[in-house]
Design a protein around this ligand. Structure first.
Ligand code: PPE
Length: 305
């Protein structure tokens, strides 16, 4: 499946034609993985196109860069405006948005601070991430033989390009073995997250999710899910999740911008619950889509373009 081109990509303050949005092969990022990115979605709602939690995403991008002693070359407010302007210029009603900051061209060698931080924003149509039926039927996943990195090796709260080499190992192994996604365990052998999504578990009506000490990305869909679940009256606990829970939980689901809220129906070929989306997963899914598709937004999460 090839990328579906749109007209423009925003690069360092300018709207550049899609095919001209290029960087030099000796840019620092190409050699050392020094990029930081976001995945954001804009939805078509009855009141027009709206971006989901745009400010939180751009703020997370700034933090991702800060850990690596850098600073975005634009203010958060400028990036928010540029993102919205890009969606308008590309005439998109709904889309996936990919801001990416990267160490650019100037010098080479591991030490990055002589290279500029450049930034681009692209938008395109990215439909259902883990396959068509995934949202309703759930996905079949496995525990990866690859582990997530310790926070003292690569900080998982920075959404850095380099971290995704680990994600690629997890995803390739899973797909080549016939699964849709793989789950990485943390350095203690507890559940961390999927290669591109956070995880939630339902046990006896209580909702659990791995905490910050399990090498997770602090997902914005994850935090939205926690808010929604509490509002629906569920108890939510952020704790270490032993691997065995993957085989005994009543319900399991992924959260993420790309996957949204996707049920897991089996882990290592062991059925989760009765092998389809459970009632609590469904109630959270419904509340989520009520916001992003119907525009019923009690939390002010939608930013209209
Ligand atoms: N963990 C990882 C490792 C991750 O990449 C994502 C997002 C999440 C958790 C969920 O975070 P959030 O989107 O803020 O709820 N992954 C993005 C990139 C996926 C890709 O294939 O590229 C995404 O979902 O957009």
């Amino acid at each position: 499946m090839a990328l579906k081109k749109t007209k423009y990509i925003w690069m360092n303050g300018e709207f550049v034609e899609w095919d001209s949005a290029k960087i030099h092969v000796l840019s620092h990022v190409v050699h050392y993985g020094s990029s930081w990115f976001e995945g954001i979605r804009a939805y078509k709602t009855p009141k027009g196109t709206a971006v989901f939690r745009l400010k939180e995403h751009i703020q997370r991008l700034a933090k991702s860069v800060k850990i690596y002693r850098g600073q975005l070359p634009y203010e958060v407010s400028e990036l928010i405006e540029s993102t919205k302007e890009l969606i308008r210029k590309n005439e998109l009603e709904s889309c996936y948005i990919r801001p990416v900051a990267y160490r650019g061209y100037e010098d080479l060698g591991v030490y990055p601070l002589n290279c500029p931080i450049d930034i681009s924003i692209a938008t395109w149509h990215w439909g259902v991430y883990l396959g068509k039926e995934a949202l309703e039927q759930g996905v079949d996943v496995c525990v990866s033989s690859w582990q997530r990195l310790h926070n003292n090796s690569l900080p998982s709260i920075s959404k850095a390009g380099g971290n995704y080499l680990n994600s690629q190992l997890i995803r390739m192994e899973a797909i080549q073995n016939g699964y849709t996604e793989g789950i990485g365990l943390d350095h203690n052998g507890n559940v961390s997250e999927g290669s591109g999504e956070n995880m939630f578990f339902v046990i006896d009506g209580v909702i659990y999710t791995p905490g910050m000490d399990s090498s997770i990305l602090e997902g914005i869909t994850r935090s939205s899910t926690i808010t929604i679940a509490k509002q629906l009256g569920y108890e939510v606990k952020e704790i270490s999740i032993p691997r065995s829970i993957l085989y005994t939980a009543d319900e399991i689901f992924f959260t993420g911008t790309a996957v949204e809220i996707t049920p897991v129906r089996s882990v290592d070929r062991i059925k989760v619950g009765d092998g389809k989306a459970g009632p609590i997963t469904k109630s959270i899914q419904k509340a989520f889509y009520d916001i992003v598709e119907h525009g019923n937004d009690p939390y002010g999460w939608l930013d209209y373009i």
